[in-house]
Design a protein around this ligand. Structure first.
Ligand code: AMP
Length: 418
């Protein structure tokens, strides 16, 4: 016999017990986004490779080694989306959404793909939701976006969170900082990894992002970017902190939070939870005032975040779906002659919105009751030849064992008006 197929490494199936939890999370996200006036956008699964190279950056981990890239028959280079901000901005420009107003608020919830080394909390196909506020350069917009993700996490029962913020300034401030950082790191070159040595030439700020503890210790004395920010950048960061305090968001500043994507300017932030193990980041985001222009649109400031759904579900307190209050009926077929009537009754109940089941395995009454129990049905209705002859059937509350005789005609009103 051939070996059964398995899902590809780094991908997973969501089984019915998982999708219940997912749908709950999706509902919270849609409801909260609606309350905050963000409109949903869905973009294609693949885009031209150039879109990501130009926005996320050639030197980023994502573009340099994680993309699923393929050529189509016309030799176009296409890439399965490894993130959703660039596609969202591509769509914003393509559909001239700026025409609809000076501020555009969009959100997405979709699947993405990165060739990473799979481990707990790190998948090759995973899902994110995110929000993008396009049009405002002001710090209250950054604070609104941070407060929005905090509100969603709060509603999902994810506590024990840490909000970490930083500012990496505008391109101009960053240039000054970059040369200072290179002067600091050059004498230490022999003590850092090959990757960091390469980054010293190509993108020194990214070294601050290192997960290597030895390098982190070396970086403790690195110059602080805040000292290199111009007055406007600094004012923006101070106002952001004030806005967050006003909104009741606790945060910590981390001078090494630069994030792994090239398009950020000024604000960067991350939300972490110790409850998900080594991959503790639940959400990352920041301002990207230059991205829309880089992608060929009119220069437009924007700020947003992306949060990983799988990791949030890992961090969410186990929320058991409560079955209390909901009626679900198991129609027990008590004789062969009642099979069609049981199927019809279950069908009628379902059409009124009541969860109902009946047996298609032609099992014994005892086995059917075991099944009703497994399904956590609240009631059983017994239909057999006698019931069909008399026109009434026994309805049993499975928790209490309480029973009553109900006219078959009256069973649907019994449940719908009860
Ligand atoms: P990023 O787009 O890299 O800023 O990531 C934003 C969020 O997506 C992270 O904070 C994680 O929660 C989640 N995430 C990123 N990469 C993965 C992955 N490979 N598997 C699962 N979740 C991920």
């Amino acid at each position: 016999m051939s070996k059964p197929f398995r899902a590809v490494k780094g991908t997973r199936d969501l089984l019915p017990k998982d999708t219940v939890q997912w749908r709950r999370l999706e509902a919270v996200i849609h409801d909260t986004m609606r309350a905050w006036s963000y409109g949903e956008i869905r973009t294609p699964v693949f885009e031209s490779t150039e879109l990501f190279a130009r926005s996320v950056g050639e030197e980023s981990d994502i573009v340099s080694k994680q993309m699923y890239t393929l050529s189509d028959q016309s030799d176009n280079s296409l890439t399965l989306r490894p993130e959703l901000t660039a596609p969202t901005m591509r769509a914003y420009i393509q559909h001239d959404m700026a025409r609809d107003g000076a501020l555009t608020k969009l959100y997405y919830m979709d699947t993405l793909f990165r060739q990473e080394r799979p481990q707990a909390g790190r998948m090759r196909q995973f899902s994110q939701f995110g929000a993008e506020a396009i049009g405002s350069p002001h710090p209250e917009q950054d604070a609104e976006v941070i407060s929005l993700i905090c509100a969603i996490l709060d509603q999902l029962g994810v506590d024990n969170l840490e909000v970490v913020i930083n500012s990496i300034g505008s391109a101009e401030s960053r240039k000054r900082y970059r040369s200072e950082l290179v002067s600091f790191l050059t004498p230490l070159k022999g003590q850092v990894s090959e990757t960091s040595q390469r980054r010293l030439e190509t993108n020194p700020l990214r070294i601050l992002d290192t997960s290597d503890e030895k390098e982190q210790a070396l970086l403790a004395d690195a110059p602080d970017i805040l000292e290199f920010l111009n007055e406007d950048d600094l004012g923006h960061f101070e106002e952001l902190q004030k806005s967050l305090t006003q909104l009741g968001v606790d945060y910590r500043r981390d001078k090494s939070l630069v994030r792994g994507l090239d398009y950020y300017t000024r604000t960067t932030f991350e939300i972490t939870s110790p409850d998900v193990g080594a991959q503790s980041a639940l959400c990352g985001g920041g301002r990207y005032d230059d991205l829309i222009a880089q992608l060929g649109g009119k220069p437009t400031p924007a700020v947003g975040f992306a949060a990983g759904i799988e990791r949030i579900l890992m961090a969410a307190a186990e929320q058991k779906e409560s079955s209390s209050g909901g009626v679900s009926v198991y129609v027990v077929t008590a004789s062969d002659g009642a099979r069609a009537a049981a199927a019809k009754l279950a069908d009628d109940l379902r059409r009124t919105g009541i969860t109902a089941s009946f047996d298609t395995l032609r099992r014994s009454v005892k086995a059917q009751l075991r099944e009703a129990n497994r399904l956590s049905s609240s009631h059983a209705v017994f239909l057999g030849d006698d019931e069909l002859a008399s026109g009434s059937a026994e309805v049993k509350e499975l928790d209490s064992g309480r029973q009553s005789m109900v006219a078959i005609e009256g069973i649907i009103p019994h449940f719908t008006t009860g």
